[in-house]
Design a protein. Structure first.
Length: 507
């Protein structure tokens, strides 16, 4: 059978559709914004995965969703559907995920520029240990977040912002890889009902909130935000990294610290406000059950369409300024900085090598080097590297081979990750991994997980980092991290405390 693909008329925006789905298991929004990027065209909403996969180290938990989910409609008022009894396997999560993905391939289907179902979620930074098994894992996972949290979805809603059209996709896939017309029809019925059933008052409220979510949101806490590293601790880490650079161990390394703040907002409310204050091409919201992910990421990790693969590393940062003259001065300073350009060239070369591992010989090219791109609070230098995947390389295999992105590790990548593990006391969690989707029809998009908040137990966590090279100014690098946190701090109306937050006991 072929997937059901139907254009639908709806008054919903991606945000209002998510509002209608609050409480559904595995709720996901991937939202693009109006930026000059060919990848920033589609937004996706999905929920009710037929399979959920979470891993912590080698412990992998797999949860199928109860069969009666497929018979529920948008008008049902019962509690969120239960999972069937999940099971645990121990092993390399990349290998287990690869076997699950292989069941769901729809490679014979019509060629479309959006996914026909897929694996949506995040792949956290610590999955690096299963790419390079010799790496240590000394940083404390004090938040006890899974290294990986993804769902397998057989249906979704696609918003095409270029053509102003909306489609519903339903494949009828099940956890064992089988497909049925009945399941596909039930998925289509569910989404049609959601998309067409919108109360007038919900439309008015959601539209107002989408235009100005800050106006109607509850007043946030005025308490201070703290970092796991004091300013002096971060400067010391930068100095130590430069010692490694001078010793010839590495050329560049990305160092980060984690901000923590009390948050009276829900994860969804924080996502909406972060998007309003600090819009970026690849915003994402994931409801992971006991925690939520709210991301406003500017950086594309991998865009894969059939055999084509593209990565767009970001390096070099300057703040924006309301004065156009000063803003232009900052842009000129960034574009003429020998340090920033050298850093980006190193990372661009690293990613050329990463793509070379999975691409046909001679196909890797760099059509853009050090292009200036401006965002709400910062401006960056961005390169584009592209290639053509070998015929024996799946999208999942390409992700595993290139993971984690070189722009948030350093060069050489393995030694840089060893130094990060030495200098950063806390696990990065989702930060500096990637998030997005791997489409069952070989249409995939993954963003670097930066500018991202984790919401858990009334607190919001937000990591920020900077690329360190030999001639870095430690003070300037610290200020760069604060510039990257400007949107997060503005949402919560907080200021950074001068003292570090309490550290976990050594393990």
């Amino acid at each position: 059978m072929r997937p059901l693909i139907q254009e639908i008329q709806t008054a919903h925006t991606p945000d209002s559709l998510v509002e209608s789905l609050r409480g559904e298991p595995g709720l996901v929004l991937l939202r693009t914004s109006a930026f000059d990027s060919p990848s920033a065209r589609y937004s996706y909403v999905t929920a009710r995965p037929f399979l959920t996969f979470r891993s912590s180290g080698s412990k992998c938990e797999i949860f199928p969703v109860a069969a009666d989910v497929r018979r529920r409609t948008a008008s049902d008022s019962s509690d969120p559907p239960p999972h069937l009894g999940g099971y645990v396997q121990f092993g390399n999560p990349w290998h287990l995920l690869d076997s699950l993905m292989a069941r769901c391939e729809l490679l014979e289907e019509v060629d479309l520029p959006f996914p026909l179902g897929g694996c949506f979620g995040y792949w956290g930074y610590d999955l690096r240990n299963f790419v390079e098994p010799k790496l240590s894992r000394r940083a404390a996972n004090d938040l006890e977040l899974p290294d990986c949290h993804v769902g397998f979805y057989d249906s979704l809603v696609v918003f095409d912002h270029q053509l102003d059209k909306t489609w519903v996709v339903s494949t009828g896939l099940a956890a064992d890889g089988s497909r049925s017309e009945k399941r596909a029809g039930e998925g289509m019925e569910f989404w049609q009902a959601i998309c067409r059933n919108r109360r007038k008052e919900a439309l008015t409220s959601s539209s107002r909130n989408h235009l100005n979510p800050l106006a109607s949101a509850p007043a946030p806490s005025r308490a201070e935000v703290s970092s796991n590293l004091s300013r002096n601790d971060f400067l010391t880490a930068v100095t130590r990294a430069q010692e490694y650079i001078r010793a010839g161990d590495i050329y560049q390394v990305n160092l980060s610290h984690r901000l923590t703040a009390p948050c009276e907002l829900s994860g969804w409310e924080l996502f909406q406000q972060l998007g309003a204050v600090s819009p970026a091409p690849f915003s994402a919201f994931f409801d992971c059950g006991d925690f939520q992910i709210a991301s406003s990421s500017p950086e594309q990790f991998l865009r894969m369409s059939g055999s084509q693969i593209v990565t767009r590393p970001i390096k070099g940062t300057r703040p924006r300024d309301v004065d156009p003259t000063r803003d232009a001065q900052l842009a000129y300073e960034l574009q003429t900085s020998a340090k920033e350009l050298a850093e980006l060239v190193m990372i661009t070369d690293l990613l050329r090598n990463d793509l070379g591992k999975v691409c046909e010989y001679g196909s890797v090219q760099t059509p853009d080097l050090a292009r200036l791109e401006k965002f709400a609070h910062v401006q960056h230098l961005v390169s584009t590297v592209e290639g053509r995947l070998r015929s024996d390389v799946t999208h999942f295999a390409a992700l595993a081979s290139c993971f984690p992105g070189g722009s948030i590790t350093g060069a050489p990548k393995i030694r840089a990750m060893e130094i990060i593990d030495e200098l950063e006391p806390l696990s990065r969690g989702p930060y500096c991994g990637c998030h997005g989707y791997l489409g069952f029809n070989r249409e995939s998009h993954l963003s670097i997980t930066i500018r991202t908040a984790v919401c858990k137990d009334g607190l919001a966590y937000f990591n920020v980092g900077a690329g360190i090279v030999a001639d870095s100014n430690p003070e300037a690098e610290y200020e760069e991290t604060l510039a990257k946190a400007a949107g997060f701090l503005a949402v919560l109306k907080l200021e950074l405390s001068t003292s570090p937050s309490p550290q976990p006991a050594p393990r």
